[in-house]
Design a protein around this ligand. Structure first.
Ligand code: FES
Length: 166
């Protein structure tokens, strides 16, 4: 009788031990896997809103120079890429302005035409002067402009560009 109860107890002990070891192995594998799968949704956004455009001296004075970049934002599982186009205009040695290439009418991309010194929106023939002000056509306001700053001779812009009133 004592043998039987001892045998059952041994069996229970082995069952409990196997269950405990199985649970431990499951936890060792499962917890890191769940953490790995959830980590993108818990990760803080690391992007900054300051975009480097390179050395200021690389931009010629008096001529708007195009600069394009793509910005990818990761927000949890969502990944969004946005293409930006802008014109850097060094008015003189000390003054620089940066305009968005998005037409303020319906959002077509403007192009700089050096022969007439206008930015032209090809969609409805909107014209802007070198400072982004509307000359003719349907655009309701000037080209949007970026806040700029210079650090160690390098030019930076801050996203997003701001609207200027006409
Ligand atoms: S989108 Fe530029 S003029 Fe219409």
């Amino acid at each position: 009788m004592s043998d039987k109860s001892s045998s059952i107890s041994r069996r229970d002990f082995i069952k409990a031990t196997v269950t405990a070891i199985g649970s431990l192995i499951g936890a060792l594998i499962g917890i890191p896997s769940v953490a790995y799968l959830l980590s993108p949704s818990l990760r803080a956004e690391e992007d900054t809103d300051s975009i480097p455009l390179g050395a200021l001296e690389n931009y010629p004075i008096g001529v708007p120079t195009r600069f394009d970049f793509t910005r990818t934002r990761v927000n949890g599982w969502e990944r969004t890429s946005v293409n930006y186009g802008l014109y850097v205009w060094r008015k003189n040695e000390n003054e620089v302005r940066v305009f968005s290439d998005i037409c303020t009418h319906l959002g077509c991309r403007v192009n700089w035409r050096p022969d007439i010194e206008h930015y032209i929106s090809p969609c409805h023939d909107g014209h802007f002067d070198i400072e982004g002000n509307v000359i003719s056509g349907p655009p309701p306001r000037p080209l949007d402009e970026f806040v700029t700053h210079i650090e160690d001779g390098n030019l930076f812009v801050t996203l997003p560009p701001y609207e200027r009133s006409g």
